[in-house]
Design a protein around this ligand. Sequence first.
Ligand code: ADP
Length: 493
Amino acid sequence: MNKSLKVLLASSEVVPFAKTGGLADVAGALPKALKKLGHDARIVLPKYKMIDDAKFGLKEIARIKVPLGEKEEEAVIKTAVVPGTDVKVYFIDNPSLYGRDALYQEKGVDYPDNHLRFAFFSRAVLEMMKALKWYPDVIHCNDWQTGLIPVYLKALYWADPLYQAVGTVITIHNIAYQGNFPREVIEEIGLAWDLFNSDKLEFWGNVSFLKGGLVYADVINTVSKTYAVEIQTTNEYGRGLEGLLTYRKKDLYGIVNGLDYEEWNPATDKFLPVNYNADSADKKKEVKKALLEENGLKQKDNFPLLGLISRLDDQKGFDILAEVMPQIAELDLQFVLLGTGDPKYHTLMENLKKKYPEKFAVNLKFDNALAHRIYAGSDLFLMPSRFEPCGLGQLISLKYGTIPVVRKTGGLADTIKDYNEDPDNGLPSREGQTEGQVLLDAVKRALKTYNDEKKWKPLVRRAMLQDWSWSKSAAEYVELYKISLGARQGVMA
Ligand code: ADP
């Protein structure tokens, strides 16, 4: 019989409480899957202003003092459950740090005290365990915002046997976000200067929260096997951390994200005008019709609709797309975009919309309900990412019978097979090169398949019947947690 583990997942965003990207989806869904496997999985996140206490039934359970450098500040610990489940969630409340309009930044500018906000959070997570007298077997950290948890644990709590037994795993959801701050913050975040060296937290003259996590965590993983390899290779992929990751390669794993089918399922999706499943995929047409109308686009017979939902960021391949957009616009298709991000891509997209008003719909905003309708109402889903740790968009679109057109990188390479290489099993279309021409070619090939109903219908059905649920990935995480416990036992011996 497998031992039931106590797991505390620490994340700066968690669906449905606060979300800016895929991290939130993972943090909301993985603990549910762990619970189904019989483990005691709980979640901790900051209590941001947008989290409505009344709506989610938050209750105060403790007030703790959190030391940070010279100062000590209060954190209020609140608790609730992930709606519709029995997964316990802890919220670290401190209005002066988290009572703001956004998670990390406003109008493209990071909050100047982000180092304090997430150092405080990390330290509060460890202090909370004492107050609740609940010590997990493993703390599962995620990205730079929680990178200091393993650092504090080993640098400041090492003498306490209750903490010594706690293993740590850190997941890299995107290595481009590193939490790098000027060297002076080392004292503010309550760490000694001897941690400011190149073996520990120092990174090109700055303090790097992510690097700290990668040095101090017992086990490291990222969200696909291909990305785990890629980030050890070049600076472009590893963003300066490739050397450290190569050094820790025996502790570095890749586990592809699962998808929460309670959230993403066309058969039950409350945001759609019509629900459908693999046996009634023809109803997608009705969703498409409504989506075109909602987006002010004319109904055009036999024109596939390409959906794109993404942060407008260099990572996501918008430069590649921009290069061939004029040619793509000449093709018999329509295009709907949903995303926010880099102002230069806002302008680019708005210009395209002006130039091709019949073909392009551009929604420069964050809108979850519209995202659901685009996944369902589109025929093809575009992901030309330059790098992609895992990617959720391609997995969501598969479930909705919307065929992904992706670049062969990271998690996209691990989850999508090229239809033209393997028409019986593949899905169009992945490509191994970087430039626009390759993308254009992939779109053209997808169009050709779209116009051949005999091929298209089985392809859509096959996509919808794939299983990317969390159960398999959650079982892989359990194995990682066990490895982290083994690593801690090694330290103790
Ligand atoms: P990343 O985490 O790098 O942004 P992922 O593909 O892993 O990329 O996850 C992105 C998630 O955020 C998906 O669930 C996607 O649907 C959602 N998303 C991205 N942009 C928007 C937006 N503007 N409105 C609604 N949802 C969005």
